[in-house]
Ligand binder design. Structure first.
Ligand SMILES: C[S@@+](CC[C@H](N)C(=O)[O-])C[C@H]1O[C@@H](n2cnc3c(N)ncnc32)[C@H](O)[C@@H]1O
Length: 276
């Protein structure tokens, strides 16, 4: 029987390059990658993220407990980089009116199927977070759990776009890899405890095919860069939440593990709002 090809095999990933990648190439690579990887991603992480649950990060922080978005009942909520949209479906159970946006058609196909399966369909929009197809002040709240922001070359554009589509007073809360993770390899084991590269080196991580075209891209911002992106968009930074690894949590989720979680943060959640 033939093994089902991995995203790397389907995209012909030939190696890793460290080089500059502009916005267009980043978006093209992300779309290719998440389309090719959607089935595997959900097979691996579906049980952790749930069908209609809002889990902010591998540390297992749930919006049901953290309430970083405030009271969402009756609110118009945009989820940016929703993937299969479990967060948007959970928001629906809380009386919100969510819209789930993602670049990847394959991810959104999973979102549509899960919407039907759970009886919690949500409106789905396929678009890049760098240019949101909504009018000004169309939403009361926006959120993202590792969607879009780590993968775009110009995150300041995403911040500006989210600020534009939020009404004055609206909240924007987004979770990303904690910037200090950049120094380490993506290894959840002991080899992932040794610094491999400079925190200050913003050169993107790029996987490439045999012709040198990007097939996967991740961009790094220091903590200060992220704060500047938020502030430059006219938003107010209210908090940076660094969820701690809960005692007794044994889950290994990609590069996140109890071993590393006991020593340094894996996730940073930026809580911001648009001034009135
Ligand atoms: C790590 S997944 C997270 C998905 C979801 N929030 C979850 O927790 O499962 C990242 C998602 O960001 C989306 N994405 C990447 N770049 C994007 C962009 N420029 N605009 C919108 N979505 C993007 C991908 O398609 C993918 O679904």
């Amino acid at each position: 029987m033939n093994e089902i090809a991995s995203a790397e095999e389907r995209l012909g990933t030939a190696g890793v390059a460290r080089r500059a990648v502009d916005g267009a190439e980043s978006q093209r690579a992300s779309r290719l990658w998440w389309d090719a990887d959607a089935d595997d991603y959900l097979a691996e992480h579906g049980p952790d993220i749930g069908d209609a649950d809002f889990v902010w990060c591998p540390e297992g922080l749930r919006e049901a407990d953290a309430r970083l978005l405030g009271d969402v009942r009756g609110r118009r909520v945009l989820e940016v980089g929703s993937g299969s949209a479990p967060c948007a479906r959970w928001l629906r159970t809380q009386g919100a009116h969510p819209v789930a946006l993602d670049l990847s058609g394959a991810m959104l196909r999973h979102a549509a199927a899960l919407g039907t399966a759970t009886g919690l369909p949500v409106p789905l929009v396929q678009a890049g977070a760098e240019r949101l197809p909504f009018g000004d002040a169309a939403f009361d709240v926006a959120c993202s759990a590792f969607g879009a922001v780590p993968f775009v070359a110009e995150p300041e554009r995403v911040m500006r776009e989210v600020a534009r589509v939020l009404r004055p007073g609206g909240r924007w809360v987004f979770a990303v890899n904690h910037p200090m993770r950049w120094m380490f390899s993506d290894d959840p084991g002991p080899d992932g405890l040794t610094v491999q590269q400079s925190y200050f080196d913003r050169t993107p991580y790029v996987e490439v095919d045999a012709a040198g075209r990007a097939t996967y891209v991740e961009h790094h911002r220091t903590l200060g860069d992220r704060v500047r992106d938020v502030v430059a968009a006219g938003l107010v930074l209210d908090d940076v939440v660094e969820p701690e690894w809960p005692e007794g949590r044994e889950t290994v989720w990609g590069q996140w593990s109890p071993l590393r979680g006991a020593l340094f943060p894996g996730t940073a959640i930026f809580v911001t709002h648009k001034p009135r």
